[in-house]
Design a binder for this molecule. Structure first.
Ligand SMILES: [Zn+2]
Length: 239
């Protein structure tokens, strides 16, 4: 390998590194994790609304229950009074009996309303169970994605590390100022700043050399490295 031919290897490794770094930046797991996080935020917001609705129903149900209990206690007290012998007038006894009946009716109504609220709560309870199951699935999926992402990152980082050291070894075979020149040219020409002369491909540049230039190159010795007169890329003749 002539000094300059090492540049082709440096360029090949730079291209490999660009690809590996691009892949590292654009690993699909990262986008999937982001969309999963968005789904989770939505799920949590919906679950919070359901939970609030359920809490409100629960609060009302407890109110009915407490009121029904109060009425029951009051009716019991009046029943005790009715039968403890302290009420002697039949008129008073009838009035007390009416009041007890009324209290028990009201208690029964409240208990029914409480049951209706419990029935209303049923679908909300089911929704909460489903949300919890979905959250569990999402957590499992997130764990799997994070593991896959870490594995892919480690893979690519390993590839990058070895390409970086291969590149350093290849660059060490080329004069430092040529490497610098190539690095500047790479900014302009991208992944093919340096081309290997190939007579069969019009010289090797994206735009074919003129017949005269091609003929000149055919007669140049191996190891020649010159800028292309047409496009300015570095052309290297290996053999
Ligand atoms: Zn050219």
């Amino acid at each position: 390998m002539s000094d300059m031919s090492g540049l082709l290897e440096v360029q090949r490794l730079d291209n490999v590194l660009d690809q590996l770094r691009y892949k590292h930046e654009h690993l699909p797991e990262r986008a999937e994790l982001e969309s999963l996080a968005a789904d989770r935020t939505k799920l949590n917001a919906a679950a919070k609304r359901t939970e609030e609705q359920r809490a409100e129903l629960q609060r009302r149900e407890r109110e009915f229950e407490n009121e029904a209990n109060d009425l029951e206690e009051k009716a019991s007290r009046l029943e005790a009074k009715l039968y403890d012998g302290s009420v002697t007038s039949p008129k008073e006894a009838t009035a007390l009996g009416e009041e007890i009946k009324h209290l028990k009716e009201r208690q029964g109504m409240l208990e029914e309303q409480g049951i209706e609220l419990l029935v209303e709560m049923d679908p909300l309870n089911e929704q909460m169970v489903r949300a919890e199951a979905a959250r569990g699935e999402m957590e499992a999926k997130q764990g799997a994605l994070e593991a896959a992402l870490a594995a892919d990152e480690a893979d690519l980082e390993g590839g990058i590390e070895s390409a970086v050291s291969e590149r350093a070894a290849a660059a060490a075979t080329v004069p430092a100022d040529s490497v610098e020149l190539y690095e500047k040219m790479r900014i302009t020409y991208g992944p093919d700043a340096v081309v290997e002369f190939d007579a069969g491909k019009g010289g090797g540049c994206p735009v074919a050399m003129s017949a005269v230039e091609l003929d000149r190159w055919k007669h140049l010795p191996s190891g020649t490295a010159e800028p292309c007169v047409d496009c300015g890329r570095m052309v290297i003749k290996l053999d």
